[in-house]
Write a protein that binds this ligand. Structure first.
Ligand SMILES: [Zn+2]
Length: 492
């Protein structure tokens, strides 16, 4: 009898865009081999060349990760579901002890106006006056002010949080207006931190705001997180996530992890309380994916509304940690698929051999780790650089009728925005399999939205032993937008 295999949104492009597959097999290993056999593109994502399951993919049978069972030998029975959950960006819960001790919250005094304003919380036994005082006394740092961070900051300010740290180095750009709730045309080119600081001032004058307008690095992360009661990680890259995780662990600061990919989001809580043996990010995902193996959310888009769902969960977890209300996601990973209206909670165990929190740790401080190297951000010395050509050069060659092949590696739906009519559409997940459609005797130029996936495309074909000359369209179609009207011959 076939087993259901749930494919996370991050991996769906390599499996026919289906969230739920059916595969035969009596064990997890057999089921995964069956999936890889049916969907050739996903094989290289799931497995190394040696056939070993990659570290950045976690496999669960129902709600239990296979590392806590029998690994790939774990048997599967009719009715079981195997879940494939990669890194993209919490056992039986104990009673949730409030992060903010009574000594601190007891010093908070409310005005009559406060009593009216927060009356909705006072009605809830999960918050009450004591909980609201804890919220007012709390200091929370939000790392990353993308769609998730903006949503989370807004909810926490509305709830009357005492101190908010806002950490992001970016300015507001036009595409941000789609994703950053309540950002306006007037906010363009302003630092995101300044925009949100202004907004928080209008929401709650009692919330003190600190702004950190610099990138997350190993030189600043430890100092920045120290002094906060809680950190919420809404960053959008693996280097920042592992830096925040490691710094919070060393500082003993709990943190909420929230991530997005297209229509899917994940939330978990890492308490960093060494007495409770709870896991850290490195227990869940010991390593990020290899360089350019899977696209990021900025390269693939985010469905409106999903950041509000996931940001809402992240803010709610923060408020529960602060007040001690309910049960939190420590030791659990919540995965929400808004497109298919499904959600799952997976158990996450502490890994005794974790490089950070395990019994023989190898990560001793954030200064001692080369995060660029760990996150595969450096070009390997033995990889020849990818050659690029500019849009102008491409248009000149098209107008001169020079022999070349143009390959558009975006997904089919993305080509509705704009495209080169000469380009052969081959989604990146199919490239290795369809390399026979290319002509190694002429130059092949790869294009995508930003010129990043096309580099991945070239490296994918190199690994697949394609030997023809390959070039990346520098800056992708984004760089060509201004030439739509002057070179319409090249466009749809
Ligand atoms: Zn760990």
């Amino acid at each position: 009898m076939a087993t259901d295999v749930y494919v996370s949104a991050t991996l769906r492009m390599f499996a026919g865009h289906e969230p739920l597959l059916q595969a035969e097999g009596a064990s997890v290993g057999e089921v995964l081999k069956s999936v890889a056999g049916e969907h050739e593109d996903i094989r290289r994502i799931l497995f190394t060349d040696e056939g070993v399951l990659r570290d950045f993919v976690r496999v669960f049978v129902n709600d239990t990760e296979i590392r806590g069972l029998h690994g790939t030998e774990t048997p599967v029975a009719p009715g079981d579901t195997v879940y494939l959950i990669p890194a993209v960006a919490g056992g039986a819960p104990a009673k949730n002890t409030p992060l903010i001790p009574a000594e601190r919250s007891g010093a908070v005094e409310f005005t009559d106006r406060d009593l009216e304003r927060y009356s909705g919380h006072f009605l809830l036994k999960e918050a009450g006056v004591k909980g609201q005082k804890r919220i007012r006394a709390a200091r929370v740092l939000i790392a990353g002010l993308g769609p998730l961070g903006v949503e989370t900051a807004t909810v926490l300010a509305s709830a009357g949080i005492g101190t908010l740290g806002l950490w992001d180095h970016r300015k507001t750009e036009l595409p941000d207006l789609k994703n950053l709730i309540a950002f306006t045309e007037r906010d363009l080119k302003r630092p995101r931190t300044a925009v949100i600081k202004d907004r928080i001032r209008n929401i709650c004058r009692e919330t003190a705001v600190s702004v950190f307008d610099y990138e997350v690095t190993s030189d600043n992360v430890q100092e920045t997180v120290t002094g906060y009661d809680l950190v919420i990680d809404c960053t959008d890259n693996f280097k920042s996530r592992y830096l925040v995780n490691d710094a919070c662990f060393f500082a003993g600061v709990p943190y909420v992890f929230a991530s997005l990919y297209q229509t899917e989001g994940r939330v978990t809580v890492f308490k960093n309380d060494r007495s409770t043996q709870t896991p850290c990010l490195r227990c869940l995902f010991p390593a990020p994916p290899e360089r350019n193996l899977v696209p990021t959310c900025s390269q693939t888009g985010i469905f409106s509304g999903v950041p509000s769902i996931i940001g809402g969960y992240a803010a709610c977890e923060a408020l529960k940690l602060i007040t001690g209300a309910g049960r939190t996601l420590d030791g659990k990973l919540l995965s929400v698929d808004a497109l298919n209206l499904t959600s799952h909670i997976f158990h996450v165990d502490r890994n005794c051999s974790c490089a950070l929190c395990g019994e023989t740790p190898t990560v001793r401080s954030v200064q001692a780790v080369d995060y660029d190297d760990f996150c595969n951000l450096r070009e390997p010395d033995n990889t020849p650089p990818v050659e690029s050509i500019t849009v102008e050069e491409l248009l000149r060659r098209i107008e001169n009728h020079e022999p070349l092949t143009l390959v558009d590696v975006r997904e089919p739906h993305e080509r509705a925005v704009h495209r080169f009519r000469q380009a052969i559409p081959i989604p990146i997940g199919q490239l290795a399999r369809r390399k026979g459609e290319l002509n190694p005797a002429v130059d092949t130029i790869f294009l995508c939205k930003e010129g990043k996936r096309s580099i991945l495309a070239i490296n994918t074909l190199r690994e697949a032993s394609y030997t023809g000359p390959m070039y990346n369209l520098k800056g992708g179609l984004d760089a060509a937008k201004d030439m739509v009207f002057s070179n319409e011959a090249g466009w749809l």
